[in-house]
Design a protein around this ligand. Structure first.
Ligand SMILES: *Cc1c(COP(=O)(O)O)cnc(C)c1O
Length: 455
């Protein structure tokens, strides 16, 4: 048989033209979002003040299997998709493993991550509805950058509330977003009521993702023609990200492969949910039984140490309640944490799949181990991974080593979600041995759990 090429790239004809909605094949649905005021399940119309209508419908639709990708979205996808499926030959050789290691590389667009897949969709639907601007939050900056690109393309205004710590640490991220025309505000800011309240309590705070979300939502709900958009966690985002898994599946079919093990990093769960979607469908329908592994930081361990409970999606407690694995909306990782994936909760879809045993495994890992494998991978495969993505690399390497020890010729697929060019402060601290690990104690986690709404 001919050698499988390093990079498999689909033609435009081979590209999927629909997104896949995993919920439609789940035997039991995730628990519904609740209105925090009434504690009743949210009706789609109740979401219209926050999300644009088409996205609100996608959010609550548990029965439609496939959604056509609108033509203008496909058009923009074609400028950077399909993304390559790569065979990590050099890594395999280095590890001396019989396993085949593949990675789906989402970092070859300007935003540097998979987040553009949902940003394009969300900006398109907003424009369709006649909205004039969007707001969002960004932590590390990838989501804000992706959305800035999408808004520039469709001619929408954009306010990005950027977690203050990142705003100060990553000035070039801010410049990229400004280049695409976005207005970037350090969060917490004095431009919103919730921001001012948080600043009053703690003027020195470096901010958090949850706090930035609250500010962005307040801005959206008080500005005419404006809506809030979120880059992870939500059902609609998982739907859009299914393009990652759908492309991977077609590409693997072309070379006669099917993954035995699928590994992804988990922040809010969007890339993992998107990557595993069509393979999880096979598992749900009894057609195949791949082993799914989520990898998260030891300093923000929502799946491995969180509670499966209803919680707010933001610190300001203004979003609907979602049942998910959560550390509590007040949770903020230790300040030395540099590896991303710092969100307190997890996609309700993935949470349900994990709870019911379909998402087989979650692992947490210390950041120095993550960076060790990030550096190894960059030298072997000539890709500088985002620290987030390096969690998946770490998980894949562990599996490849296990295959070597067990003499198993498994096929491993992992999601390489993005590049790390804006994370060089973190790389530097790893290379200079000043990076430290901190695993929260049960006492550290308790206040977050205490803040969970009593339902
Ligand atoms: C945002 C981000 C993640 C984590 O988000 P998920 O929603 O869990 O996918 C992972 N990798 C990169 C590069 C990101 O930008």
């Amino acid at each position: 048989m001919a050698k499988i090429p390093h990079r498999i790239i689909l033609t435009e004809e081979q590209m999927p033209k629909q997104w896949y909605n995993l919920r439609a094949d789940m035997k039991e649905q995730p628990d519904p979002m609740l209105n925090p005021a009434t504690l009743k399940p949210i009706r789609t119309e109740e979401l219209y003040p926050i999300f644009c209508e088409e996205l609100a419908k996608q959010e609550t639709d548990c029965t439609t299997h496939y959604f056509d990708i609108p033509e203008p979205v496909l058009d923009l996808y074609m400028t950077y998709r399909p993304s390559p499926l790569c065979r990590a030959y050099h890594l395999e050789k280095y590890l001396d493993t019989p396993a085949h290691i593949y990675y789906k590389f989402e970092g070859s667009n300007t935003s540097g991550s998979h987040k553009l897949n949902s940003a394009v969709a969300q900006a398109y639907y907003a424009k369709q509805q006649g909205l004039t601007s969007l707001t969002t939050e960004t932590g590390a900056g990838q989501w804000g950058t992706a959305l800035a690109e999408a808004c520039a393309h469709f001619g929408l205004g954009l306010d990005v509330f950027m977690v203050k710590g990142s705003y100060n640490q990553k000035p070039y991220r801010k410049s990229v977003m400004q280049t695409f025309g976005a207005n970037v505000i350090a969060s917490p800011s004095d431009t919103t009521r919730v921001g001012r309240a948080i600043l009053e309590m703690d003027p020195e705070t470096t901010g958090s993702l949850g706090c930035a979300i609250s500010e962005a939502i307040e801005k959206a709900t008080t500005t005419p023609g404006c809506r809030y958009v979120l880059g992870s966690v939500l059902n609609q985002v998982l739907l859009h990200q299914s393009i990652i898994g759908l492309e991977s599946k077609v590409a693997m079919e072309l070379i006669g492969e099917y993954p035995d093990i699928v590994v992804g990093c988990a922040g809010g769960g969007s890339n993992l949910g998107g990557l595993i979607a069509p393979f999880m469908q096979d598992k749900l329908l009894g057609k195949a039984n791949p082993h799914f592994i989520a990898v998260e930081p030891a300093s923000c361990p929502s799946l491995t140490r969180g509670r499966y409970a209803y919680d707010f999606c933001d610190t300001g407690k203004v979003t609907p309640l979602a049942r998910m694995y959560t550390l509590g909306s007040g949770f903020i990782p230790a300040p030395n944490h540099a590896g991303g994936l710092r969100y307190h909760g997890m996609s309700p879809v993935l949470s349900k799949l994990y709870h019911d045993g379909y998402l087989d495994e979650a692992r947490s890992v210390e950041q120095t181990k993550v960076f060790e494998d990030a550096v190894l991978f960059s030298r072997l495969e000539t890709v500088l991974p985002a620290p987030e993505s390096a969690h998946a690399i770490h998980g894949a390497i562990q599996e490849a080593i296990r295959c070597r020890e067990a003499g198993e010729k498994k096929t491993i697929l992992f999601g390489l979600t993005g590049t790390g060019y804006f994370d060089m402060t973190a790389y530097t601290s790893y290379l200079e041995h000043t990076m430290t690990d901190y695993i929260p104690t049960d006492e550290d986690l308790q206040p977050g759990f205490d803040s969970l709404p009593q339902i």
